[in-house]
Design a protein around this ligand. Structure first.
Ligand code: FE2
Length: 206
């Protein structure tokens, strides 16, 4: 069965003015769709076509001959995750107790986490992603290049910011730090991060 472009979890203009409908129109309907369409073309008629997106990412991540499949599968997954990492009237600080205590343990407070995330997002050279992840149970901020993602490294992603230029150039031109600040102050969905954390904790306990 072919992979499909997941619909946005909100209206295209729901994140304005921090992310415009025009940005989302291009980013979701053109960039994201192109990754999904290319992935379908690349795996058509192969055994991979029957696997989950996560399986394809894991299987192809260490195989240089399958780099195109990895890139398009990971970007399909990353963008699904990115759209869900934001919500209208997002931003601010998390309220979930487990997430907050892990932030305190790993970073010594929310402000330090925010600083680390902003730094990772700003300093990723070229195209890539900033993430908050669990790595063997420990909360970390990481950045990845191009399509690379935490699943390929057996890490658990909680929330992500796309820092490819296509994510911000229409609204912010070259000012990536302003986009990252808007993401953290107005867009990031901490409830989604808390849900991903709770889901992982429940799965480990099962
Ligand atoms: Fe993107």
């Amino acid at each position: 069965m072919a992979f499909e472009l997941s619909p946005l979890p909100y209206a295209k203009d729901a994140l304005a003015p921090h992310m415009s409908a025009e940005t989302i129109e291009y980013h979701h309907d053109k960039h994201h769709r192109a990754y999904v369409d290319t992935l379908n073309e690349l795996v058509a008629g192969t055994a991979l076509a029957e696997r989950s997106l996560e399986d394809i990412i894991s299987i192809t991540s260490k195989d240089a001959a399958k780099a195109s499949i990895f890139n398009n599968a990971a970007q399909t997954w990353n963008h699904d995750f990115f759209w869900r990492s934001m919500r209208p009237n997002g931003g601010g600080e998390p309220t979930d107790g487990d997430l907050l205590s892990r932030i305190d343990r790993a970073f010594g407070g929310f402000d330090k986490l925010r600083e680390a995330f902003a730094e990772a997002a700003k300093t990723e050279f070229g195209s890539g992603w900033a993430w908050i992840i669990l790595d063997r149970g420990k909360l970390k901020v990481i950045k990845t290049s191009n399509a690379d993602n935490p699943i390929a490294h057996h890490q658990v992603p909680l929330v992500a910011c796309d820092v490819w230029e296509h994510a911000y150039y229409i609204d912010y031109r070259n000012r990536r730090p302003d986009f990252v600040a808007a993401f953290l102050d107005h867009l990031i969905d901490w409830e989604y991060a808390a849900q991903n954390l709770a889901h992982h904790v429940a799965r480990k306990a099962a």
